[in-house]
Each structure stands twice: as C-alpha cells, then as structure tokens.
Design a protein around this ligand. Structure first.
Ligand code: GUN
Length: 287
C-alpha cells in the first residue's frame, strides 16, 4: 500500500487564495492589513523564516513593516518597540521571531504583545482562550496541521494520536486543537517510556523532535495505515529532513507529509490568515 501525500504547498496555496480575497474585501472597507515583524540578531534560520513571511505577505497584498534589531538590544528597548507597535493603529499583527537572544526574557516580551495583534497566538491571553475553545488567534504551525486534516477530510473523532512534542509553539496548542475534535491525545516527550509501542498503537502520529541524532520515526514504529504528520525540519547529513523518511513511511502510512513541502508552507499560510483575522478584529473594535 502506498499512502496519500499531504502536500503542504497545495494546501497552503488554497489558504493563500482565500486570504487574497479577504484582503481585497478589507481594502474595500478602508482597511489595509499590515503585519509588523521583529527580528532580533542575525540567526540565519530566523532571518530566512522572516524573509519568507514577508514574501508571502507581498503575494497576498498584506503590507509588512520590518524591524531588524541589534542582537544586543536590551529588554526595555525591545519592550518600548512592542509598545509602539501595539499603539500604532495601522499595524494589525505583530510577530516577534523566536528564539530571542539569551539576555532577553522571551515570556515577558511575548506577553507584552496586544492579544488582538498576537498573530502567533502565543500570548498568555490567547493560549488561555485556546484551552477554553474560544481562541480567534491560534499558533500558526498547529492550526496549519489542522488545516491539513480538514483539507483531506480526515475525521479525528475517537482517533488515538501520538503527539511527539510538548512545546508552546507546537505540542501544547495542538493538544487542545486535537482534543476539540474529540481525538484521544497522548503527548509524548523525551522522558516518555515505551515511545515505540505508543507510536505503534497510534492511528495518527504527529512528530516534531527536529534532531535525527535523538529520534527517527521509522516504518517499523507505525501501524499499517497510520497517518504521519512530520512537523520537524532540521539539517542532517547535508540535507533538510523531518523526523521521518517520507519515501519509506508513505509505503506503510495511509497519509503522510513530506519534508520539505509539508507542514512548513502551512505555518506561513496560517500567519497570513491570522493577520486577516487580526485586521478584522481591529475593525470590529473600531481601532
Ligand atoms: N520560531 C520558529 N517557529 C516560529 C513561529 O511559528 N513563530 C515565531 N514567532 N517564531 C518561531
């Protein structure tokens, strides 16, 4: 059996097409959706991610404001910039690219972002709303994964999901989103016992370890017909890889995502969607 490829590029394009239409509608109402990005320091991977986000915004007509800041910026200087972005009515979304340099308190910076402009869905306010099924702005990678299930009409009700990640950006938001769809979610991490057996009994495996020296999801670790969503991306033996080898996994899985070209493009597409949501929210509260 060879499974179905969940193609992130195609699904992301379908999201972008919808966003493009929403941008036109907002512009007709006099609102020009605008995303401000904040990049601190010169981490090359972060710089690439931010560049890709700008390019995607341009494609759909979202205006961007770019803030490239020195790696040595202080907490109070960065806080002041966030405050200025919060009070600028022409800006609808604020994205602070993570990770931040060590001298900065990441939690304090993220918490400072207005929840209405929090297009990453990472502020305590929006995380709380997600846990209570009331979120308007949800973290981009997790909502991108849910969009993939939705695109392929994959019913999550009653499914056993092995979720191999517990981060604020991926695992924890996904846990809530999957639970909302009535899945049974087992959140696994580096201290989990019997990870192989847990994977073997899962209907769906969502993996985001991102270090092949620590973990590789092999075909022996999944059951016949399982669904595999590979969120990871890392460099291994000179190549960009996920936690699994797509070409091997797809021979046993019913659906699987490749890396690259799987979840990655979804993260950017959902950021665009969140920016539109934030722009609509601003019009509703008369900003
Ligand atoms: N770093 C890695 N992924 C992300 C993301 O989705 N948002 C932000 N802000 N930083 C990241």
């Amino acid at each position: 059996m060879v499974g179905v490829r969940i193609d992130g590029k195609i699904i992301a394009q379908s999201v972008k097409d919808r966003v493009k239409k929403a941008v036109v509608e907002l512009k007709n109402q006099g609102i020009s959706p605008c995303l401000a990005t904040v990049l601190v320091g010169d981490n090359p991977a972060s710089a690439t991610y931010v560049r890709n986000k700008h390019k995607a915004c341009e494609e759909v007509g979202i205006v961007t404001k770019d803030h490239k800041l020195d790696a040595n910026i202080t907490q109070s200087e960065l806080t002041k910039i966030i405050d200025e972005l919060n009070s600028d009515n022409s800006i609808h979304g604020i994205l602070v690219q993570l990770p931040l340099p060590k001298q900065l308190d990441e939690f304090a910076i993220i918490s400072r972002i207005s929840p209405l402009k929090d297009v990453d869905g990472l502020t305590p306010h929006n995380v709380g709303l997600l846990a209570m099924k009331k979120a308007a702005l949800v973290a981009c990678t997790p909502s991108g994964v849910m969009e993939m299930f939705n695109y392929h009409n994959i019913d999550l009700e009653g499914k056993n999901v092995a979720l191999i990640n517990r981060s604020n950006l991926v695992g924890k938001p996904l846990y809530h989103l999957l639970l909302e769809k009535n899945a049974t979610v087992l959140t696994c991490h580096s201290k989990t016992k019997n990870l192989i057996e847990l994977c073997q009994s899962a209907d769906i495996i969502i993996t985001a370890v991102g270090d092949r020296n620590k973990f590789t999801l092999t075909p022996e670790m999944i059951k016949e017909g399982a669904i595999v969503i590979d969120v990871a991306i890392s460099r291994f033996q000179e190549k960009l890889v996920g936690d699994s080898n797509y070409d091997e996994i797809i021979k046993k899985a019913s659906f699987a995502t490749p890396v690259p070209g799987g979840v990655g493009p979804m993260t950017v597409a959902m950021l665009l969607k969140n920016t539109i949501t934030a722009a609509s929210l601003s019009s509703q509260i008369g900003q």
